[in-house]
Write a protein that binds this ligand. Sequence first.
Ligand code: TYM
Length: 334
Amino acid sequence: LQRVLTGITTSGTPHLGNYVGAVRPTVRASRLPDTQNFYFLADYHALIKTGGDPERVQRSTLEIAATWLACGLDPEKVTFYRQSDIPEIPELTWLLTCVTGKGLLNRAHAYKASVDKNHAAGEDPDAGVTAGLFMYPVLMAADILMFNAHQVPVGRDQIQHIEMARDIASSFNHLYGEHFTLPEAVTEDHVALLPGLDGRKMSKSYDNTIPLFAPKEQLRKLIMGILTDSRAPGEPKDTAGSALFQLYQAFASAEETAALAQAYADGIAWGEAKQVLFDRLEREIAPMREVYDALIQNPAQIEKTLKAGAEKARAIATPFTARLRHAVGLRSLA
Ligand code: TYM
């Protein structure tokens, strides 16, 4: 039995990158035999990115939950919960903190990026860097190790965090015995890092995202705004480095992708290529959008679903945490 687990931070509106990197692969995995699935809303993580914006965290929690459900996740078949409903997670975070080298955390990309940016600007390296940002990988390790996940489907940007979770698990196991499974990141090659409107990684922090459930006309407008080069209709286009092409590839079959590559070589006009992308996206998204629009109107129902998921999750987390407390000596070893 393979345990599959992943989370999405509740810091914004779900976009196409979250969909191809996390939502779609998890819905697929949840339908495979012999898997046990844990999917959750990482709302503690959201506080790191959205400090001081409680409405946004609330709204995003609802949106991400509705997204997962609209995309076909069956909460009866999987354990679908909100991180902050599991008090054992912050407890495990502390146990793991105490076996985590500070040097390991110094190397985390997200923390390093902030420090490097300050450095480049000639400021105090730690300016504006919270201890929460520094500890981010340990909280994430607790998410994963609590349920002893084997596989963690993520986009490429999260791979380092999974490797850190492995390191942290090894340190704990070494000191206290084999309590944790070492998790592995699972990425889908051609969608591991979906570009956004400007060609950089699609990310809330770059403000270049395409919301998964943008209304149809807004979706069309956004697609028409994707950055392309200035080659005229009739001139051959490059697929390499084309954000438009990569977006298409993440949604289309191999055959459809080959056909667009041929059209690029034949000099398809950018406007026409964008229309092809829009039609393909709309075909996949429209039926789910309808479900989403209905779900988002019913927060009470979503709350109920999450509470039921939390009960299932705690049925595992509570006894496992008790075992860990014994292991580290917080309770008698008997
Ligand atoms: P988050 O919320 O930034 O992103 C959620 C998932 O979406 C993927 N993703 C992308 N994939 C492809 N192309 C993109 N442009 C793109 N943008 C985002 C991310 O890789 C991720 O899989 N720390 C995590 C949440 C988390 C978590 C966990 C994940 C908390 N605990 C435990 C796995 C296991 C995060 O902030 O993801």
